[in-house]
Design a protein around this ligand. Sequence first.
Ligand code: AMP
Length: 201
Amino acid sequence: MGDGADGAPDARVVLLGPPGAGKGTQAQVLSQRLGVPAISTGDMLREAVAEGSDLGGKVQGIMASGALVDDATMAEVVRERLGKADARQGFLLDGYPRTLPQAETLAGILRDAGLSLSAVLLVEVPEDELVRRTLLRGRADDREEVVRERLRLYREKTAPLIGYYGERRLLRQIDGNRPVEDVAAQMLGVFGIEGIGTEGI
Ligand code: AMP
């Protein structure tokens, strides 16, 4: 896999961090700059719910309670999405993987394609700020007890991925408690891209 058509490096990136850390916003910024799609499993599932598909019916109640959708269902969703043409040159995964088995599934999907991850960006934000931001967002699953459940599951199921990717030398720590453009600049720095403004985003 060489450079993309526009000279940007291939980027196969996982955005890791608690709910409310700003991963979705940053995924949009990075997607523009790196020329690879932002793939949010949460958005995909919300679309499925809105469409009333079989998948939507299966996940609706789970999402509303703040619980995690099972790993096998998520494996199907992600395998299909990463198989699409626009993900060939790279991708930014927002919200996947969220468990160790999901990380193994992702590694397997990439291995089968002769690929590997470029980096895992860990977006760090203090917990009181997370709760504040999430409650401001006002999404259907942003009621306080649901927010707290999502944070609890993050600590229990997702935080172990920090060690997993750290051991694999893929982890890059990003200070997410900064203005959007500063966070984006830190992330772009990981890919050797500097001095680009965020105007037009
Ligand atoms: P998000 O938009 O990433 O906060 O995801 C919203 C909800 O979708 C989560 O609270 C889960 O119920 C579900 N979800 C999204 N991604 C995953 C995943 N990788 N594994 C399990 N559940 C997920």
